[in-house]
Design a protein around this ligand. Structure first.
Ligand code: SF4
Length: 659
């Protein structure tokens, strides 16, 4: 097949975040255009949400809800049906408000007179104990005061949308959530069976709407190649539904699947049924494989010269299955082709472009009332990376053996500042989220100096490692260049475990670095972990005491506890004995492979501890209970919980000693 003017459509499948586009299609589209290729993009995740949350969409939801037997309806569904008229008339204004198109609505929303209130508003009762002055009976007064009308309205609007998402889940499609859709069908699923069965099932309302949106995108763009970017397991099912629609509509359109989920979990793909939906599955950084694929489709390159690409051997362009019949046939074998050619250097990947994405239609949400945490859901951030991969690449829980971590390449400060200028000119927006796994301090310093030299006024935030190179002076420089927030891993706040996980930092060092950022006016978020191999109950209590002290000392303002999971690509997964654990053998894998179970001889019930840790951090983030003894969070445990072995005031003392 020769197609010199081959047009490429990159799609973001549902679900991903709603406040800003997931950046993969912007990177690929920018790169392909820099090579003279006709490339366009669409965000079907946002489009789907905007289609559901309309008066017509809610009417369709209502009819599904009414079809449920009354006894089976959840509290959310009852509240929705009881107040349907109010939902139908308020959905348009609410969406317009969250898109930043109708700010004056805030007054009515904040006064709680416009939006119907479902079970999610019960969360406001939790703030009854927060005493921050006279709120005149307003449970949110401590957070927003008398003048924070816009933020208060945004928070109430977010609760309102969350209620509606619950209705969708309970009445339309049990797999629906705002940031993921049918995640469990793909995540670490050794077999394609669950997805194949779900894709063969009659479509839900959500699937039907996605089908319509896919057809509309095909009509608009007439692509010859569609790139489906699946960053997470929660976007795989929808990506394959999109592929199903495309193949039924026009089997000549070629489809390639790639992205973070594929790079991490599909490295041992051998189930040919996946190729009923897509023609190619590419691994790791997309630029090189996609460029070669396009050359191949144009007839300029043989198939055997593709890079990091899975194909089905005996039937590379299979006939589509009619929708609803599913992929049950098991014909063909999967072949991995990797004709080795150098990757496109990070310096040469071009500038991402958001052209074609409806930047004024994204929804700024305010879920948790924490100034740092809101950055993830509120605001349209241009997402950019300072480098490719991680310069440290040693942490033993991390996928350091994979390209997205292990291949480190930087670009010059001048190239980065050029990209930033170009993006500001294109989007008109000056907020940047640097989405590196850990942006290198040297590169950030050089970039900050370049931004200041060019008098380029932007706001930015990003991920780092809390290493000692980030001195208070560097933090000050970064703040001057526009840095407003930083996130990084403290993981398990225990020097023994930080050493075992090769994080290369100590708790006191993290305290000093984070305090430097906070003193420079930069918000700090800590990624926290529990359940690491050999972690004892005492370790967990001590780690929480350290975290408490970091909040108390004003080092961090926000945090999140993740449960450690062992992945096959991490040093722990590759050498479990070195971490004192034994892996549980996986079943035969023909589809996804990532998480792997393990036996830790300490036998600690980390799940039981996790609920206490999450409650503690939730309270600390709201400025509550920071002085309380940490054992209060574990009162639900059947066994006695030891006192922390970390002295109170230890972090404050260490900070005082720094000079
Ligand atoms: S956890 Fe972060 S710092 Fe550590 S290797 Fe992975 S990306 Fe790098």
């Amino acid at each position: 097949m020769t197609q010199p003017s081959l047009r490429v459509l990159s799609l973001i499948p549902p679900m991903t975040q709603l406040n800003t586009p997931y950046p993969s299609t912007a990177y690929l589209t920018g790169f392909l255009r820099s090579r003279g290729i006709s490339a366009v993009q669409e965000d079907l995740a946002l489009a789907l949400v905007l289609k559901i949350f309309t008066p017509a969409g809610l009417a369709a939801v209502r009819s599904r809800a009414l079809a449920q037997p009354e006894a089976r309806r959840s509290g959310s569904v009852h509240a929705f049906l009881d107040q349907f008229g109010a939902y139908r008339s308020s959905i348009g204004p609410a969406i317009a408000y969250l898109q930043g198109r109708d700010a004056t609505l805030a007054h009515r929303m904040a006064a709680r007179g416009l939006l119907p209130e479902g079970p999610r508003f019960a969360a406001l009762d939790a703030y009854d104990n927060v005493d921050m002055g006279d709120g005149g009976g307003d449970p949110l007064a401590w957070a927003f005061g008398a003048l924070g009308v816009q933020d208060k309205a945004r928070h109430l609007c977010t609760l309102y949308l969350n209620d509606l998402a619950d209705v969708l889940r309970d009445a339309v499609d049990a797999r629906f959530e705002f940031v993921r859709y049918a995640e469990s069908l793909a995540s670490s699923q050794p077999s394609f069976d669950p997805l194949a069965q779900a894709l063969a099932a009659p479509p839900t309302l959500v699937d039907e709407l996605l089908h319509e949106l896919t057809l509309a995108a095909l009509h608009r763009h007439q692509p010859a190649l569609v790139l489906l970017s699946v960053p997470f397991p929660g976007s795989v099912y929808a990506a394959l539904r999109i592929a199903q629609t495309i193949k039924a509509h026009n089997p000549n359109i070629r489809i390639a699947l790639g992205g973070g989920f594929v790079n991490t979990e599909l490295r041992e793909l051998s189930d040919p049924r996946v190729f009923h939906f897509v023609d190619y599955v590419t691994l790791d950084a997309g630029e090189r494989p996609v460029l070669s694929l396009i050359e191949h489709l144009r007839g300029e390159r043989g198939r055997q010269r593709l890079q990091r690409t899975f194909v089905r051997e005996d039937s590379p362009h299979p006939s589509p299955l009619p929708e609803g019949e599913g992929a049950t046939a098991n014909a063909g074998t999967v072949r991995y082709i990797n004709f080795v050619e150098p990757d496109i250097p990070f310096e040469d990947v071009g500038t991402p472009t958001w052209d074609g994405l409806p930047l004024d239609r994204y929804l700024s949400l305010l879920d948790l009332l924490n100034p740092m945490h809101r950055l993830w859901s509120d605001g349209r951030w241009n997402k950019l990376t300072v480098a490719h991969g991680c310069y440290w690449k040693k942490c033993s829980f991390c996928d350091v053996s994979l390209d997205y971590i292990g291949r480190f390449e930087a670009a010059t400060a001048s190239t980065l500042a050029d990209r930033i200028e170009k993006i500001v000119n294109e989007t008109g927006q000056t907020g940047f989220h640097f989405v590196d796994e850990a942006a290198p301090p040297k590169a950030l310093k050089a970039l900050a100096q370049e931004l200041i030299r060019r008098e380029l006024q932007i706001s930015w935030w990003g991920n780092i490692r809390f290493e000692k190179t980030f001195t208070p002076e560097l933090a000050e420089l970064l703040a001057q260049s526009g840095c407003i927030a930083i996130s990084g891993g403290l993981e398990v706040a225990s020097d023994r475990l930080l050493h075992l996980m090769k994080k290369g930092v100590s708790v006191e060092q993290v305290a000093r670095v984070t305090k430097g950022f906070s003193d420079a006016g930069i918000l700090v978020h800590a990624y926290l972990m529990y359940g690491f191999p050999t972690q004892t109950l005492q370790d967990t209590v001590d780690a929480l005491e350290y975290v408490r002290q970091l909040f108390e000392a004003g080092c961090i303002q926000s945090g999140f506890f993740h449960r450690f999971s062992c992945t096959v690509h991490s040093p722990v997964g590759m050498d479990p004995a070195a971490y004192g654990i034994e892996l549980i053998a996986l079943p035969p894998v023909s589809f996804a492979k990532n998480d792997i179970g393990f036996i830790d001889p300490t036998g600690v019930d980390h799940d039981a501890l996790g609920s206490g840790l999450r409650k503690a951090i939730y309270n600390y983030m709201h400025g509550l209970c920071v002085q309380d003894e940490v054992r209060r969070w574990f009162e639900h445990l059947p066994q006695p919980v030891p006192r922390p072995s970390v002295k109170r005031g230890k972090i404050a003392k260490a900070l005082a000693q720094r000079g």
